[in-house]
Design a protein around this ligand. Structure first.
Ligand SMILES: C[S@@+](CC[C@H](N)C(=O)[O-])C[C@H]1O[C@@H](n2cnc3c(N)ncnc32)[C@H](O)[C@@H]1O
Length: 247
C-alpha cells in the first residue's frame, strides 16, 4: 500500500518491526504460555509474530481475498489455526492470554463493537488482555460510507465504549511508527493534489519523504503537536484492556 506513495517496499516492514517492539513491551506482563486469539488477522503478520512467542494462535479472517494469503503464511506454523469467517458469528472457546484486535473495530458499528467485546470478556484468561490497535481521530468520530465504509473513532469515544463494556483500560499509547508513516502518506497526498501528475516524480519524492521521516524521528512526529498543528489527520493508538482491576 505504501508503495503507491513512492515509499520503498521496505517501508511496511520497517513499520511492522517498530510496532512489534512496542507490542512486545506492552505484553511484557502477559503470560506467554497460553493461546492468542487474533480477530480480523488480515494476511497474518501478527499471527506469525505471536506464534513465535505464545504457545498457540487462532487467527480469524473474513475476507475471501485475504484468506488464502493468511493460510499460506501460517501453514509452516503448527501452532497457528486459521479460520475463514465473520468475527461477529465466531464462537470463541477456551480462555486466551491475549486477544488481539488489529484494525478490526473500525470496520464495525458501535453495537457490533460492544456485542463483540462483551462476548470476548468471558474468554479472557485470569491475567489475559485484549490489545486493540486502532486508527483514531483527534476530534469527532468520523463515519465513512460508500466504497470503503469505516469508522475512525476518537480516543475518548473508544474509552467510553470500553468502559460501557466493563473493560478496564490499563494503558493507551499513540502508535508512533504508524503516525510517522501516516505523516509521510498525508504529505505525499498533498503533493499529489498540488503538483500536476507529469511533474510529481513520486518515486523520488516518496523516498525523500520516507527517509526524511525516518531520520527525523522521534522528534518529527512530535513537531505538529508542539506547533499546535492537527497533523496527520489520522492517528493510531494501542489500547491494553483487562477485565478486572490492574494489580
Ligand atoms: C485493517 S485490517 C488489519 C489486519 C491485521 N489485523 C493487521 O493488523 O495487519 C482489518 C482486517 O479485519 C478484517 N475484518 C473486518 N471485518 C471483519 C469481520 N466482520 N470478520 C472477519 N474479519 C473482518 C478485514 O478483512 C481485514 O483483513
Amino acid at each position: 500500500m505504501m508503495e503507491s506513495f513512492g515509499f520503498p517496499v521496505s517501508a511496511g516492514d520497517f513499520r511492522f518491526r517498530a510496532e512489534a517492539r512496542i507490542v512486545r513491551r506492552l505484553l511484557g506482563r502477559v503470560e506467554h504460555n497460553g493461546p492468542v486469539l487474533d480477530l480480523g488477522s488480515g494476511v497474518g503478520y501478527w499471527a506469525e509474530e505471536f506464534a513465535h512467542s505464545f504457545s498457540w494462535v487462532v487467527a480469524v479472517e473474513g475476507s475471501n481475498a485475504l484468506y488464502p494469503a493468511l493460510e499460506e503464511r501460517c501453514t509452516p506454523y503448527s501452532n497457528i489455526r486459521v479460520i475463514h469467517g465473520n468475527v461477529l458469528s465466531f464462537e470463541p472457546d477456551g480462555h486466551y492470554n491475549l486477544i488481539f484486535l488489529g484494525g478490526l473495530l473500525m470496520y464495525l458499528d458501535e453495537n457490533d463493537v460492544i456485542a463483540l467485546l462483551q462476548r470476548l470478556i468471558p474468554c479472557l484468561g485470569s491475567d489475559g488482555v485484549i490489545l486493540c490497535r486502532e486508527s483514531t481521530v483527534r476530534s469527532e468520530t468520523v463515519t465513512r460510507t460508500g466504497g470503503y465504509p469505516v469508522v475512525y473513532r476518537s480516543v475518548p469515544d473508544y474509552k467510553r465504549i470500553f468502559k460501557h463494556c466493563g473493560l478496564t483500560l490499563r494503558h493507551v499509547e499513540r502508535n508512533e511508527p504508524y503516525v510517522l508513516m501516516q505523516m509521510g502518506c498525508e504529505l505525499i497526498k498533498r503533493w499529489k493534489r498540488v503538483v500536476p501528475e507529469p511533474f510529481q516524480a513520486l518515486r523520488v519524492m516518496g523516498r525523500l519523504t520516507y527517509w526524511g521521516m525516518r531520520l527525523g524521528r522521534p522528534w518529527i512526529s512530535r513537531l505538529p503537536k508542539v506547533l499546535g498543528i492537527p497533523f496527520p489527520s489520522l492517528e493510531n493508538h494501542f489500547f491494553v484492556l483487562g477485565s478486572g482491576d490492574y494489580l
